[in-house]
Design a protein around this ligand. Sequence first.
Ligand code: DOR
Ligand code: ZN
Length: 421
Amino acid sequence: MTSYLLRGVSVLGAESRDLAIVDGLISDKAPADAEIIDAAGLVALPGLVDLHTHLREPGREDAETVETGSRSAALGGYTAVFAMANTSPVADTAGVVEQVWRLGREAGLVDVQPIGAVTVGLAGKQLAELGAMATSAANVRIFSDDGHCVADPRLMRRALEYVKAFDGIIAQHAEEPRLTEGAQMHEGEVSTRLGLTGWPAVAEEAIIARDVLLAEHVGSRLHICHVSTAGSVEVLRQAKARGVRVTAEVTPHHLLLTDELAASYDPVYKVNPPLRTAADVEALRAALVEGVIDIVATDHAPHATEDKECEWAYARPGMVGLETALPVVLSVLGERWDLIAERMSRTPARIAGLTGHGTDLAVGQPANLTLVDPSARRVVDPSELASRSRNTPYAGTTLPGRIVATFLRGEPTVLDGKAVK
Ligand code: DOR
Ligand code: ZN
């Protein structure tokens, strides 16, 4: 196994020094034959961990595969991603989660951890085989019907009770479906102006409020996917103050973009939950800094061209995000490296109980890390993305920071900004 010497690297913005990678671990001494990487001006971060990725395999390999999504993740600085269950077939059995897990191992670019569905077929009627998925080779600990809300409160309660036995997590896509029927975008001034049916903030907030009460009652762990409104932040703040075992994520796009973009009628901006108002964006940023929102998760949602380049009403919701997440977060938070490491690596790894990721870049720790050039600027070109899909809302936008290298257990997955395989 090749050893590496990262010469003059700045770990999380600290004074530059040399860092060695030997036998897959961080070391303070490099052997004489170590490959030298000039890391002057580069910042090392623990490898990023994404709790919310759509890899589309099995079923929509035309939009993404475990391999292309893994490459996209590595190029974005990630060393582990959690794959959502809304595939076809749905990842609601041990067989499907093991398939995704195996495909991830074969690709070997990031650790792919499958998320299991909460209900059979994501239909919201009957609990899936949570225990069988938990005890499978994929060792599933997080369950989600993401894309759909577990709307039935009795089913949600039972799911929370079920996973309590093994300290599992239910990750909720908070959307009261009766309040979002036919919704096309955020309900507000812009939707009124455009004459599009609105997705009101309260549809998210009502489910979060209900579910923190259920999680509190049961004593289980709840995670809220893609929090998008200022009101949700307040519900979470109160729940956390009471000691409810709830964690929450925000996406890069909800930290940067607003519902005004829908005025273009360009479906690249259609996403679920929808882009909200500038006031929501401000509240989400503050909550992320404060820790009321624990982590950034991409909700990387690749879609084939025919599903995106059509009339707004028919377009699928979602945006690709793995390759732009860190640059977007850098543009929002600035070079607060320790905070970025906390929100994009350490805390997601800790929530998921993922060992070997999100650890300090200290001697003896697994060398899961990424090297970023913070001074670089990049104009996003969709044709350059490694994702099989092109639906990025940042085409033509200049974003700060370039991911120069990523290492997974000491093996480079990205070097000189290019995937190694
Ligand atoms: O925009 C979204 N796209 N939101 C979701 O919840 C699902 C996702 C998808 O699977 O495309
Ligand atoms: Zn979702």
